[in-house]
Design a protein around this ligand. Structure first.
Ligand code: SF4
Length: 337
């Protein structure tokens, strides 16, 4: 009988790929642990049959705590339900009735077997690149927070922007996992997956070959468009883990403005962090951002934007179209003025 404090079903049915393409045991473990197995040069089958994965599964049937799983143990020590316990519960294995529920679980034999099977789920990491810095987020999921942590000298995520999604082998890997008839779900983690140019290609590929499965992803919904909606509607079910920070009536107006600026070719970034407005203006001014527009309830009601230019303490309130016309004329090449 496995140990109720150690056993975890995750690496038995869930495949994980880190942002750089390394195969891993699960999404809780932030350090890439695929022992050199990577979607850029290996197949998913090679990872499943690897000695390293089998050994890890074997250890999860033993009595010794595993160092990669520290986060789960710490959460449990503090009285929280860990990912390990949560996922075991999905197989009807209860911490309080572990022995009985494990033995009666319909997947018991599969869990005791460490030989390669196929994964029913794949969790694919799209890196931490994100266009927002929401208050509940962290450097592993937001490049903006990572930048702030680095500026403040705080320990932070060590992520490169070389994503597996952008590698030529990504297409073969996605084909391989879709060819597996046992597949039930593909989940894309981030960052904000929708800002990755290859997200749409992968979504299209999965939706065309496996409309029978469930597709899920995390998102702040600022980049959702009709192509994405068209691909998503093909799936049997779709789950979007939405950042609620973007669901606010002023934020709706901010996103409308962003879309308008994007359409007019004006490079822009939005900052909806839960900080005082004066703090944000000071920070962006110190970073020499040439134009800051401030949007609150009043601007939303009047359909205007409050604009500040670098080096000036004054702000002017303009209608959006007027602001865009002003910025466009300021950006003309000298011989076009
Ligand atoms: S015990 Fe926790 S960290 Fe370890 S594989 Fe399971 S879910 Fe992941």
């Amino acid at each position: 009988m496995p140990n109720k404090n150690i056993f975890c079903n995750v690496p038995r049915y869930q495949g994980h790929v880190y942002w750089d393409g390394t195969f891993g045991y699960c999404c809780v473990i932030h350090t890439a642990d695929g022992h050199g197995y990577n979607v850029k040069s290996n197949t998913a089958k090679e990872w499943l049959q690897s000695h390293e994965l089998k050994e890890f599964k074997q250890k999860l049937l033993g009595d010794e705590k595993l160092s990669p799983c520290d986060l789960c143990y710490r959460e449990e020590d503090q009285g929280f339900i860990s990912k390990r316990q949560n996922e075991n519960l999905k197989s009807a294995i209860w911490p309080s009735e572990f022995d009985r529920s494990f033995n009666e679980s319909y997947t018991r034999d599969k869990f005791l077997n460490i030989d390669p099977s196929t994964y029913k789920e794949w969790h694919l990491d799209s890196g931490n690149e994100c266009n927002l810095a929401c208050k509940m987020c962290n450097p592993y999921a937001s490049s903006k927070i990572e930048t702030m942590y680095k500026k403040w000298g705080m320990p932070t995520a060590d992520t490169s922007k070389t994503l597996w999604m952008n590698h030529p082998n990504a297409k073969n890997f996605v084909k391989e996992i879709c060819d597996n008839e046992q597949l039930k779900r593909v989940h894309i983690m981030g960052g904000e997956p929708l800002i990755q140019p290859n997200f749409k290609n992968i979504l299209k590929q999965v939706s065309e070959s496996r409309p029978d499965i469930s597709f899920s992803f995390v998102s702040n919904s600022t980049k959702y468009d009709s192509d994405i909606a068209r691909y998503l509607e093909k799936f049997a079910s779709v789950d979007i883990e939405l950042s609620l920070e973007t669901v606010d009536s002023v934020n709706d107006y901010i996103l409308e403005i962003k879309e308008y600026l994007d359409k007019n070719g004006i490079r822009n970034e939005i900052d909806i962090r839960n900080e005082k407005i004066g703090y944000k203006i000071r920070e962006h001014s110190n970073n020499a951002i040439p134009i800051i527009i401030v949007i609150g309830n009043q601007e939303k009601e009047n359909k205007t934007v409050a604009v500040r230019y670098l080096g000036s303490k004054n702000q002017e309130v303009l209608e959006l179209e007027q602001f865009v016309a002003n910025v466009s004329s300021k950006c003309l090449a000298p011989d076009m003025v």
